[in-house]
Ligand binder design. Sequence first.
Ligand SMILES: C[S@@+](CC[C@H](N)C(=O)[O-])C[C@H]1O[C@@H](n2cnc3c(N)ncnc32)[C@H](O)[C@@H]1O
Length: 203
Amino acid sequence: MSAYWDDQADTIETAMRAVWSEDDTDFGERQLDCVNRIEGLLQPWSLPRAEVLEIGCGMGRVTFPMAYRNPSHRFAAIDISQQMIDRALEYQIEYSGETIRNVKFIATDTVPVVAIGGAYSMLVFQHLDRAAVKTYIRDVAAVLVPGGRFAFQFVEGEYHSDNDHRYTIDEMAYWCFRAFGRAVEFSHDDVYPQWKWAVVVKR
Ligand SMILES: C[S@@+](CC[C@H](N)C(=O)[O-])C[C@H]1O[C@@H](n2cnc3c(N)ncnc32)[C@H](O)[C@@H]1O
């Protein structure tokens, strides 16, 4: 799996196309739409200065605006592909003209074993099989502090890519309930009708 994403991330332009699946390499307004959405779902932050985990950060399209706009939080951004993370380190200079200091990148497909105050993931779960999705949900539940929120996007139904897995709302609800012991809330995406967002809060 990492080999596929490593191959896509040879240059900043190929990485942009891979994470965005569009020819247009300017993320434009959609980038802000996504960040606003995630920020909204994670509110209220459980702890004012807690560490926030991003799963499958790619080249940091969401990571940098999140970190930039929330300077009192530290962000741990994980991705299975070291090449994607290398592109993220280039992109941050393009994005902000400077090193953004409240983000650390880790090349891994495993949730770090540290207490986290919030977690999010976008455009990742649709690329993972059931076992991997269930493992992420279980492991995030294990490290979130009480009151911490996990917001993630997934695809229900038809999608445009061969490289995807589909899950039903019922399956997601069950996996979250098993891991968190409480109900997940779902919402539709305003930009992409096939996207679903889920938010679940640690007890
Ligand atoms: C479509 S891109 C989305 C990147 C980013 N979330 C965004 O929206 O710009 C999917 C990312 O998930 C990463 N990925 C794939 N499988 C993963 C796994 N099991 N754990 C962590 N990251 C993974 C890929 O390397 C890639 O960077």
